[in-house]
Design a protein around this ligand. Structure first.
Ligand SMILES: [Zn+2]
Ligand SMILES: [Zn+2]
Length: 345
């Protein structure tokens, strides 16, 4: 066949044209000369298809190009490479190089495009600036202030938990505000269901009871909107403290959810109580009762120890069969009562 353009005898590809003439008179890629990409001026996320994404600018540019450039089906194994020619903060010029095959002939098409970066504030940041919060979580303790290690532990836990979700790309969650005091910690959070899982996780670690309440804060899309408050009240006592029910003294070995593991100091028996069963128990104190005394001697049933402050010798009954082999013996002293510190056997 003869090409209608160059008159050469050749295989005809399309419209009476040979391969060379067909390629010369056609472009196989089509797309705009410039794009606007919207960037949040606060958190640096980018808007793509009406959603705010935390991906890098390069990834967003690639997505925008792939979405807007039409490559003809005739071009087989198409590939787009981008190369930055001019890199200003808000205006970037890129050269696109599109390659592909037509009848095994490699086609290269180049195009220069401009990317304009426009600034806006994303939905999350504008909510954050407005103090938006769907839920409040409060951590208090029953009949006492929070301990320093509880305040720091819970505060760090919440911050890490939220940072971790944000790093995984969760754009909905942020801390709108918080209060951190001895009397309690309060977080104002942007997402209700995440707030609930946070307070449950804190309860797993620190125990206590959760109370929920809600407040109607108006209408949205003809639905009532409620703001939830989750209050976790920690128990009046903590692990490592000594309780007494008048007859006996107990060491709090473990608190999990609403179960308290108590060790009877005289017997070293461990019993699990429900928090409600401890209403008549009195908190005697904590670490200030734990001391070391000097080991003197022992028999099967007793151990002799010496108080290094006044050189008094005390003879204590061993609650369980145990052989001491240390120079010092850990004890719990409550006024004139001395107990061997319970050891798990
Ligand atoms: Zn031709
Ligand atoms: Zn933002």
């Amino acid at each position: 066949m003869i090409c209608v353009e160059c008159g050469k005898e050749s295989e005809i590809i399309n419209n009476g044209l040979c391969l060379d003439c067909y390629i010369k008179s056609n472009r196989f890629t089509k797309g705009p000369d410039f794009f606007n990409i919207i960037k949040c001026s606060n958190c640096n996320s980018y808007k793509f298809k009406n959603k705010w994404e935390t991906e890098s600018l390069n990834e967003i540019i690639n997505k925008v190009i792939l979405q807007n450039f039409k490559i003809s089906d005739e071009l087989k194994k198409p590939e787009i490479k981008t190369h930055i020619i001019d890199d200003n903060q808000y205006k970037k010029q890129l050269e696109l190089k599109i390659t592909g095959l037509i009848s095994n002939l490699k086609i290269i098409e180049k195009k220069v495009i401009q990317i304009n970066i426009k600034k806006e504030i994303c939905d999350t940041c504008s909510k954050q600036f407005g103090g938006y919060h769907e839920a409040i979580i409060q951590i208090r303790a029953d009949k006492r202030n929070l301990k320093l290690e509880e305040i720091e532990g819970i505060y760090t836990f919440v911050l890490d938990y939220i940072k971790n979700l944000q790093n995984k790309g969760n754009k909905k969650i942020f801390i709108a505000d918080f209060e951190k005091k001895e009397s309690g910690i309060t977080f104002f959070l942007s997402d209700n269901s995440i707030s609930l899982s946070i307070i449950k996780k804190i309860q797993e670690i620190y125990a206590g009871d959760i109370k929920r309440s809600s407040k109607n804060i108006g209408m949205k899309d003809s639905k009532q909107i409620y703001r939830m408050t989750y209050l976790l009240r920690l128990y009046p006592f903590t692990e490592g403290e000594i309780l007494s029910n008048k007859e006996k003294y107990f060491y709090i070995k473990k608190i999990s959810k609403n179960k308290i593991h108590l060790v009877d100091l005289a017997q070293w028996n461990e019993n699990i109580f429900d928090v409600k069963e401890l209403n008549n128990f009195v908190i005697k104190g904590g670490n200030e009762f734990v001391k070391n005394m000097i080991f003197v001697s022992q028999t099967n049933d007793e151990v002799q120890i010496m108080d290094q402050n006044n050189y008094n010798i005390h003879v204590l009954k061993k609650p369980k069969k145990i052989l001491f082999d240390n120079d010092t013996i850990k004890i719990i002293q409550i006024q004139d009562k001395i107990f061997l510190f319970p050891i798990s056997l």
